[in-house]
Design a protein around this ligand. Structure first.
Ligand code: PRX
Length: 568
């Protein structure tokens, strides 16, 4: 029997107090995610239970019990406090999927500081705009990435300390740098946990929009109420599970469901910090007897492409539940996973802003391949008519996916950008920015985004950020960035570029420009193709009409461009 038992029963009279009670929380109490995910689990008698099984490059393996996680997060918290980090200060985690990333996250929260995880493949410019926005006080990083921090350090007077977790003494430390090894220092048995309350800020995750700089999505400690219960009912985690969330904690799935969800339930999880290959992933599942696997469509499509033979070479019989998030999960991938793993990947939908799963397929509920499922109990979801912002009355109409505000993990604002935050609400609904239709059985079917943001392999890329970075290249006069279709990543970045006088369009220049973006922003944001153009389609007021270029890439009707001109 699954944890949720019956979806139909759970949606009746649902109340988040179910989660509060299970977590032993009452309104007004202290609620600290760091404590909940380690100290509380130890208090419940699971101190010696494995919390994290970690594998890195070269097959190195490390294991941490809940007591280790408790002590080491205490140690990190205490170290940060000694450095002068106080509650409310932003501390960035700029790390590969090291154990320090998972445990450091809790350490930051334990002292009431705000964790700001950033994807370690970000280049210096992506890093800089996000640190600048948060005025980050300390950065926890590693040798491999510290050069990117050094490059921009002069422009960041607010950064007081750079903590290097794998310093080997070979090269001297520079200004503001300090070494810290979680596994070597004396563990701190007792740490004074910051008495955070429900609305105390916990995490800042950055997400990209169509216009403007990335937005810092502000979450609070109370978010654990949603994350705990969605993990329990959607991912169906149980006492003896070995759980694997393939997401990187540089992004929200990796924190909500790669740290907070499983550890608030006291579940053992594994993490693999190596690149992707079908063989190594299956080997990992086989070796650790993974039971619950939470991944993403691009990975599933890549596994599908690797073929069925490699699946058969491994014993994957431990798997009992599979879930997916981040981008549209095509029906074909659902059917394939059922064929080769004996169970389908069950899709769910949410966003950095929602903080927790909003729409999902549940264990025991009929899966309609290609559908995202139904709203989580307690979540009021609909699709709104884009003209009136009223819910469509009949089923099957395409509208804006929207939610009634008030679930525990909902973003509280965008950091330093309340104005944009306010634009996310219309007629009392939170507007997600995605489009879907609801069928007569209440299942949601994803249609597409309602903006120009590119979702490449489950990662959002802002065309604005890429266009701005392109302008910094000496050869580029103007550019327009859109998504182009891709079999595996669904969408990849494509740039239309108008060159400055004196520059010749050539494949060499294309490579140079691509590399320029990869280093500045990230491999995800790097255009996979650059098309040289003499001019770009523009509105009368001079704004570039990305939609025309987008439609061409996708072989869609361009429609009446005179209306587009006013729209843009
Ligand atoms: O466009 C939707 C897409 O990913 C966006 C959220 O991305 P992010 O904030 O980075 O969070 C990702 C992890 C939750 C959404 O606005 N998306 C997410 N899940 C799905 C999806 N698109 C289609 N199907 C999904 N299941």
């Amino acid at each position: 029997m699954s944890n949720i038992k019956s979806y139909a029963e759970r949606i009746k009279n649902f109340d988040w107090s179910i989660s509060e009670k299970e977590l032993g929380y009452k309104e007004g109490d202290v609620i600290n995610i760091g404590w909940y995910c380690s100290d509380r689990i130890c208090k419940m008698g699971k101190a010696d239970k494995l919390a994290l099984i970690w594998e890195g490059l070269g097959g190195i393996e490390k294991k941490y019990t809940f007591n280790d996680v408790r002590l080491k997060s205490n140690t990190i918290g205490s170290f940060l406090r000694d450095l002068g980090i106080k509650n409310g200060d932003r501390v960035c985690l700029f790390l590969d999927k090291f154990p320090e990333l998972y445990i450091g996250f809790l350490g930051i929260l334990k002292i009431g500081a705000i964790a700001q995880p950033l994807f370690s493949a970000f280049g210096d410019e992506s890093l800089h705009v996000r640190l600048d926005n948060a005025e980050t006080k300390a950065i926890i990083t590693q040798k491999r990435h510290v050069s990117k921090v050094r490059k921009i350090l002069d422009q960041m007077p607010y950064v007081k300390q750079i903590i290097i977790v794998d310093y080997d003494g070979r090269k001297p430390l520079r200004e503001r740098e300090i070494a810290f090894s979680m596994d070597e220092v004396e563990p701190v048995e007792n740490l004074e946990i910051f008495p955070s309350k429900a609305e105390t800020t916990s995490v800042l995750h950055y997400t990209s929009g169509t216009t403007g700089q990335p937005k810092g999505v502000k979450h609070v400690h109370y978010s654990i109420i949603s994350q705990y219960l969605t993990t329990k009912w959607v991912l169906d985690l149980r006492e003896d599970d070995i759980y694997w969330c393939t997401a990187d904690p540089g992004w929200v799935t990796g924190t909500s469901y790669g740290i907070i969800g499983p550890w608030s339930l006291g579940i053992t999880q594994c993490a693999l910090d190596t690149g992707f290959s079908a063989g190594s992933w299956y080997k990992f599942i086989e070796k650790h007897r993974v039971t619950v696997w939470y991944s993403a469509p691009t990975a599933i499509r890549s596994l599908m492409r690797a073929g069925d033979e490699v699946v058969k070479q491994h014993n994957l019989s431990s798997l009992r539940h599979l879930a997916s998030v981040g981008e549209p999960l095509n029906a074909e991938a659902v059917i394939w996973s059922e064929k080769v793993f004996g169970k389908p990947f069950q899709d769910n939908y949410w966003q950095t802003e929602t903080g927790s799963i909003m729409i999902s397929n549940y264990p025991g509920m009929k899966v309609k391949p290609g559908s995202m499922g139904k709203p989580f109990p307690g979540i009021t979801a609909t699709v709104l008519n884009p003209k009136t912002y009223e819910p469509w009355e009949e089923s099957g109409k395409i509208g804006l996916i929207s939610f009634k505000p008030g679930w525990p993990a909902m973003l509280r604002t965008y950091w330093g950008n309340e104005e944009t935050f306010k634009t996310k609400f219309k007629n009392g609904w939170y507007i997600s920015g995605d489009r879907a239709r609801i069928d007569k059985d209440g299942y949601f079917w994803f249609v597409g985004r309602d903006d120009d943001v590119i979702n490449t392999g489950g990662h959002l890329v802002s065309p604005f950020e890429v266009e701005s970075a392109l302008l910094e290249h000496e050869a580029v006069a103007e550019s327009a960035v859109v998504a182009k279709p891709d079999e595996i990543n669904m969408e990849v970045v494509k740039a239309f570029v108008h060159l400055n006088p004196g520059y010749e369009a050539s494949p060499e220049l294309e490579l140079k420009i691509m590399n320029f973006i990869r280093k500045k922003l990230s491999p995800l944001a790097m255009p996979q193709e650059i098309e040289y153009v003499d001019s770009l389609p523009k509105t009368r007021s001079g704004k570039i009409m990305r939609r025309i270029l987008h439609a061409k890439e996708w072989g869609e009707e361009i429609g009446d461009t005179s209306t587009l001109e006013d729209d843009e």
